[in-house]
Write a protein that binds this ligand. Structure first.
Ligand SMILES: Cc1cc2nc3c(=O)[nH]c(=O)nc-3n(C[C@H](O)[C@H](O)[C@H](O)COP(=O)(O)O)c2cc1C
Length: 167
């Protein structure tokens, strides 16, 4: 898939088939995270690959559709390795995960987990130095999400200074 297609095809998928995902695809997605940029090259992240159905159900919580995907990846930020930047860095690496999965034709859905930090920490045995930031199911999509309005370029961009218009 070319880059523009990956960007446009990435959507939050909330219905999955239980088709297994080859280990090779999981590794490709993790490799995309591994090579992400990070402040001071500290790479303050850790990823947990969850395939066990029972654990996926616990992680999905009320979003039970998320447990239908055969794989979940949980993104942790290492707050000891990079206290100021670990959240930014994890966000970048996690988006690499999502885009790499899209490129393989797989569905994902960013699910913010900061409010469930304690619960997820308990389920997965996460050490204290890591903050639980996000998880995503990864699986073969069983839906094509409908179009979604985006803010226009005009609404989100200034030129030269805040509020500035283009020439
Ligand atoms: C940081 C973050 C947290 C999100 N958390 C959730 C979530 O908990 N549950 C969910 O269903 N979607 C979640 N989403 C997905 C957003 O709802 C989705 O990205 C947004 O509506 C735009 O739709 P799209 O991803 O299909 O383009 C999250 C997205 C981001 C970036």
């Amino acid at each position: 898939m070319n880059f523009e297609d990956v960007l446009k095809k990435r959507r939050s998928v909330r219905r999955y088939r239980d088709t297994p995902i080859p280990r090779e695809s999981i590794l490709k997605v993790l490799e995309a995270a591994r090579i992400a940029p990070s402040a001071g090259h500290r790479q303050p992240w850790h990823f947990i690959v969850v395939q066990d159905r029972g654990t996926r159900e616990k992680l999905a919580g009320r979003s039970n559709w998320a447990a239908d995907a055969p794989v979940m990846i949980v993104g942790l930020a290492d707050a000891e390795a990079s206290p100021s930047w670990c959240y930014n860095d994890l966000g970048i690496a996690f988006e690499h995960v999502v885009l790499a999965a899209t490129d393989l034709g797989l569905g994902t859905c960013w699910m913010g987990q900061t409010r469930r930090d304690a619960e997820v920490r308990e389920i997965l045995g996460v050490p204290d130095r890591f903050k639980v930031i996000a998880l995503t199911p990864i699986g073969v999509p069983d839906e094509v999400p409908g179009p979604k309005e985006r803010k226009s370029i005009k609404e989100i961009v200034s030129w030269e200074r805040f509020g500035g218009k283009p020439d």
